[in-house]
Structure formats: C-alpha cells, structure tokens
Design a binder for this molecule. Structure first.
Ligand SMILES: Nc1ncnc2c1ncn2[C@@H]1O[C@H](COP(=O)(O)OP(=O)(O)OP(=O)(O)O)[C@@H](O)[C@H]1O
Ligand SMILES: [Mg+2]
Length: 281
C-alpha cells in the first residue's frame, strides 16, 4: 500500500554492530524514536535475543515477524522496560530506558500505547472502564469525561455497543478491539502491538489495520506491530523486520519479503513445511 517513494532507504537505518555506545543522531529523514543496540535478553536457559540492533523512525509502521518462540514478545517486553536485557542499549523517545529511574519510565509510558498478546483487559472492569482508566490516571479526566473520551475510541474500533460488557463476555476478536481502543486512548507517540489482529475475522482485521494507519498518520506516531498475519503486515508496514535465531534476519519493505529468494523468508511468508525454519533455535 505504500509507494516506493514513501519507503525509507532501510539499509541505512540499520544500526551498526558492536558494543553499545551513546549516540544522538537525528538525521535528515526524520527522528529516530527507538534505538536498539546489540540487545541480548533471555530467561536463564540461554539468550533468546542475541545481538538485536535497529533504529525506528517517527511516523512509520514496522511489523515484526518470525517463528513462534523466536523472541518477538521478549523484544517488546524489553522495549517497554518490563524485562531488563543482559546486554545492550535501548533508547525510547531519546531516553535510555535501562538506566532511567522508575518515575521517568512512568512518564515515558504515558507516551506509549500497548496492546499485549493476551489483550490483558482488567477483568473486574467493563470495556468502557478499561479504556477510560488511562485517561483518568494520566490525563486527570473526571470519570464522566474519561468515559466520553473512551466512547470515541470504542466507536473507532466498532465496540461502542459493547461498552458495558465485562471482558469475560467478549469474544477473542472483541477483546483485541477493546485492547486496541485502550492502547490508543492517550493518542500515543509510540504504539506497541503484540498480535493485534489474531482472533479477529479478516474484515475486522482490515478495520484494525485502517485504525492503526489513520492514527499513525494523524499523530505522526510510530507503531511496532508483532504479527503472524502476513496480509496485515503487507498492508500496514513501511518496513518488516524478521526475527530469527536471536537476530534480525532481514529488514526491509514488504516488497523484499514478497519477492525474496532467501529460504527462511520465503518459507515463512508462504507457510511452507519444508525449509530451514524447523522451529526456533
Ligand atoms: N517468562 C518466561 N520465562 C521463561 N522463558 C520464557 C518466558 N517468556 C518467554 N520465554 C521463552 O522465550 C522464548 C521466546 O518467547 P516469546 O514469547 O518472546 O516468543 P514469540 O516470538 O513472541 O512467540 P509467539 O509467536 O508464539 O508469541 C520462548 O522459548 C519462550 O519459551
Ligand atoms: Mg509472542
């Protein structure tokens, strides 16, 4: 959907390998809003991420793809400072989040919208209360104002009629839509979405994609979308990053992935059984 002219020269955006270092580059193409350098992260049984480096630019939509278990959610958790890396640097909106004190992280998080893989709605609150919560906590809106603002977001995702339902009464796709409304409640500068379209039917998935594109264009927000839905990845992405074997195996515009003769990319995109992706290692 993006013209070639609108796509950044991706190879220049790749961060150099090597030891983490401090840089403050803002280049002619726009602002770097996320910078990851040589990220290593894992859970004790050996690292899941083994040297991940990239830079992301303001106003762009990036998809992260890769086999199940390769570390996509782990990467997002590092970017959100929910998990501390064993090595590397992460800069979000110009701030080093690894050394940032908790209060600064909290402020930074109000500039980010997050949709977790599990949707993670608060089960004791209605859909509307879930979406209104960040508006009350971080914008200081009174309950009535927050609920009105929440309804605007719920309207966007086609969930306003379900506003009084509890999360336990929603289908999987409805939960994702409610979580999307909550993620965009504060009009974030950065959106982190972990499988936003899984569980949604193709029409709803396309609608969620449109909301994301509209929001990123309107606010010049940057989105990082983990997805297994290749149709969605091709529709929304300025660039796609494929994670495999603990690193970014390839990064580039959708056309790179459609036309690739790389065995791992081609197998993943086509969903073929034969190929190097026997599972994550
Ligand atoms: N809290 C945890 N404790 C121990 N191991 C974990 C934990 N979370 C994830 N892992 C392991 O880390 C690896 C990467 O998991 P992660 O959830 O990042 O994968 P993923 O790429 O998001 O997969 P999927 O596409 O299935 O969501 C897996 O081997 C997983 O078992
Ligand atoms: Mg995951």
């Amino acid at each position: 959907m993006h013209s070639e002219a609108s796509l950044a020269p991706w190879s220049e955006a790749l961060a150099p390998r090597g030891r983490p270092r401090r840089t403050q580059k803002v280049d002619a193409r726009g602002h770097v809003v996320v910078r990851v350098e040589d990220l290593h992260s894992g859970f004790g049984e050996g690292p899941v991420l083994r040297g991940v480096s990239f830079e992301l630019m303001k106003g762009r939509v990036y998809s992260v793809i890769g086999p199940s278990g390769c570390g996509k959610t782990t990467l997002l958790r590092n970017l959100l400072a929910l998990l501390m890396p064993t090595w590397g640097r992460i800069e979000i909106l110009g701030q080093d989040i690894i050394s940032a004190p908790p209060a600064r992280l909290e402020t930074l998080r109000t500039r980010m919208g997050v949709l977790f893989q599990s949707a993670a709605l608060i089960s004791s609150m209605s859909v509307m209360e879930n979406v209104a919560l960040p508006l009350r906590l971080h914008r200081g809106l009174a309950p009535r104002e927050a609920q009105q603002a929440a309804c605007v977001k719920l309207e966007l995702v086609g969930m306003v009629d379900a506003r009084d339902r509890m999360p336990g009464e929603l289908s999987g796709g409805m939960k994702k839509r409610a979580a999307m409304a909550r993620a965009i409640a504060l009009d974030p500068e950065l959106l982190f979405l972990d499988e936003p379209t899984s569980g949604a039917d193709p029409v709803t998935a396309a609608a969620l994609d449109d909301i994301l594109l509209d929001l990123t264009r309107r606010l010049e927000a940057t989105a990082i979308v983990v997805t297994h839905d290749m149709r969605s990845a091709f529709r929304i992405s300025h660039e796609i990053m494929m994670l495999w074997r603990g690193r970014i195996h390839h990064r580039g515009p959708p056309s790179d992935f459609i036309e690739s003769d790389d065995a791992a990319i081609s197998q993943f995109v086509r969903g073929a059984r034969q190929g190097p992706l026997a599972g994550c290692d």
